[in-house]
Ligand binder design. Sequence first.
Ligand code: SF4
Length: 361
Amino acid sequence: MTIDVFGLLPTELEERLAELGAERYRADQILQALYRQAARALGQVTTIPAALRSRLAAEDFDATLADPVRIVSSEDGQTTKALLSMESGTLIETVLMQYGSEQGKPRNTVCVSTQAGCAMGCVFCATGQMGFERNLSAGEVVRQVMHFERVLQSRGHRVTNLVFMGMGEPLANYNATVKAIRILTDPRALGLGQRRITVSTVGIVRAIERLAEEDLQIGLAISLHAPGNQLRAELVPTAAPRSVDDLLAAASAYERKTGRRVSFEYALIAGVNDDEETATALGALLGPRRAHLNVIPLNPTAGSFARPSRNSVRRFKTILDAAGVNCTIRIEKGVEISAACGQLRTGEGIVSVEAAEPGTQ
Ligand code: SF4
């Protein structure tokens, strides 16, 4: 069976190498080449002896980064979506967003998928309409980041931030999500800062409680979409068994345990959850928490839901501001290439597709 090196923690790689009789320090040489010098495969790790490279190949260790099936960039070049072929030909999408800066340095954010398709069935989401295909492994999540890390390194840049907001519900693939975070933040591997990672969840209460116990400093964004149970159940049918109150209690517990503020996401849909009454109820719910709310006017998808008018968005924000909610209207980038939130859907929604030149993306 193939051993995916990108799915191993540095300590696990050491153990595997020790089983083959190799010195433990060889692990750091391999990790350095893969994560810092963006080697494309184990065969390119020339700091280890040729005999060990041959042995790893014979034992079916694999760290080959496949070329993307397709890439597409937005007109301003700030958003790039890659369609990647994973184990057994499963296709998933991952997105690089290059805008914003921190301390004078450009921010390069990768948005990863954790599942092929999604079982949560949010009625307004293109991925939800695909249905569920399978969970991705930790290594398959890491590979998405490494795809863009390699592209950025060739231009003298690095991945700086990571969001789990692509296809799938990260907390429904809990073990792989947490393991990928541990690999990507390990200083011996990619070494991303935990505080630069945000996991976005539709709100699986038990998983949020569990995540709070992981001793991680990652950010959590909860997709609320409605202030009340009935409307929420219509928009996010699978979340219905747990109430909005349960969800907010889990968010509070996460904040207490990690010291990180939880933010909330709200897909604003014309005629569904954008009226004054709903805004007032949302303000009453989140105002006392001084919560941060990202309002995302719905992106065009194949469904029958529509994006609200500018006036409606403005009115919604005014009501929330007055209620003391720290409300941001998220201007989505990449909409024209279907790379924005709720638009990821393999094989569809891509308006201008070019075959990728091997090694260019
Ligand atoms: S919004 Fe997220 S959780 Fe809901 S169906 Fe889409 S991908 Fe799944």
